[in-house]
Design a protein around this ligand. Sequence first.
Ligand code: FES
Length: 483
Amino acid sequence: MTAVVRDYGLTGADSRLAVEQGLAEAEWFRPPIDPERLRDLQVRTNARAARDTLLWLGLLALFGYLAFLALGTWWAVPAFGVYGALYGGAGDSRWHECGHGTAFRTKRLNDIVYYIASFMLLRQPTLWRWSHVRHHTDTIVVGRDPEIMFPRPSSPRTVAGVYLPVAILPKAVWRTLKHAAGRIDDDARDFIPEDELPKLKWESRAYIAVLAGTAAWCVAIGSIVPALYIGLPTFYGAWLMVFFGAMQHAGLREDVLDHRYNSRTVYMNPVLRFLYSNMNYHVEHHIFPSVPYYALPALHDEVKDYLAPADRSTISAYRRIFATLRRQWSDPSYDDPRPDVPDVSESQRSFVETGFTAWAGDAHDGLIDLGPAAGLAVGSARRIDRGDATYALYRIDPDDLDDGDDGSDGFVLSDGLCTHGQAHLAEGAVLDGMVECPKHNGCFDLCTGEALRYPATEPITLYDVAVRNGQLVSRLTPQKAPE
Ligand code: FES
C-alpha cells in the first residue's frame, strides 16, 4: 500500500487543508453535565496543590540526597534514576497543570511552578504556553497541532525516536540555541503572537546561562555530578514523561472534532496518578480544561457514560497502542478503534440541553429582561440570547467588586463570547471576581472587563445591570472601564 505522506508542519499543505475543511478553531463535542456540578468541580484550592507540589519537591530533595550519599557506589544509579524521573518525568504534569492555571487558586503560585517545571523540561515557557493553547484548540488536527507525537506513517525508527531520550536531546538543545540567537522557526511563529516572540530569545538565553554555569561548575571540580542534578535529568528522566504523555493520543484518530476519538483515558493506581497529576483522565481534561487535576476523577464519574470505556490499566493501554502503531507502519490510515463511544444525540450536545440556561432576553419599556435574580447564585452564570447577540450574566461575591458592595448584589453582564475564540463565557468558571474561559483558561476581570490571563488579550465589554422587582434588567449600555 502506498502511504499518503501528510505534512505535519504548521505552514504546509495540510495546514491549509485543515482550515478549508473547517477543522481549525472548530466547535468540539461536549457531553451534557449539570452546570452546578461543573462549577463545583472547577473550584481550585491552594492547599491541595501545595500539598502535592511540596510532596513532589520533597521527594526530589530526598532522592537527590540519597544519590549524593551513594556517590561512588552502584546505589547511586537507582537513586539518580528516581531523581530524574521526578525531575524530567513528573515535572511534565506539574508544568501542564500550572500552565493551564488550574492547579493553585493563586495565579502567582501557578506561574512559579510553571517556570520551574519549564526549566526542568527544557521548554521555553512562552513557546510551550502557546503551543499548548493550539494543542487544545486543534487537538490532533494534522497541520494545526504542534504536539502530535506520532506523525504517520510511523515506523520502528519514528517510534524509537519518541521513546529514546537521546533522540529528544539534540532537537531540544538545537531549538533552544536557535531561539537564543533570535532565529524563531516558522512553526513557532504560526501559533505565538508577534509581540510575545522576543520573550523566546531571553528565556532561551536564561536557560543557556544556567546550563553553562552548571557545565562550568563540572569543569571546575572535574566531576559530572552537578550536571546529574541540573540539566541532565531532563534527558535521563524523560522516559517517564514519554511513558505517560504518549498514552494521551497515540494511535488515535486524526482530524476529528471529538476528544472521545482522539484522546485516551486510562485507569491507573494512586502512585502513578500522583506522578502524572491525574492526567490519565485525558479525555475529560480536554473536554473540560477548567477542571483542576484533583477533580478529574469526580468529573470522570459525571460524564463517563458518554465516553468510550477507559482502558483498564497502563498495560492494557500500551498493548493497544503498540498494536496500533505497528499496524500503522504498513497502513497509516488505521486508527485505534473506539467502537464503544456512545451515541449522543444532537439535542443533548447543544448548549441549552447541557443545562446552561439560556434566557431569551425580551424587552419591556427599553429594558431587557434577564430573568429572575433569585435563580442566579454567587459563582454561577447564565447565558442571555437576544437576536444574534449573546451575553453572559454572572453573580460574583459583592466583596470581589472593586468598590465593595455597590448595591448591584454582585450581578455583572458581559459579552457572551470570549475575545480569544468562540467559547461562551457563561460556561466558564466564575472565581474571585473573574470569569475563566472554558476553552483555554483565559481570564477576564468582571469589574473592568480587562483580559487578565493569556491567551485572552482583548477585554470584554461589560453592560449595566439592575434588579427591578426581583427581575434582572439591562439597557445594554456598555460600561466604561475605570482608568
Ligand atoms: S476561547 Fe481561548 S481563552 Fe477563550
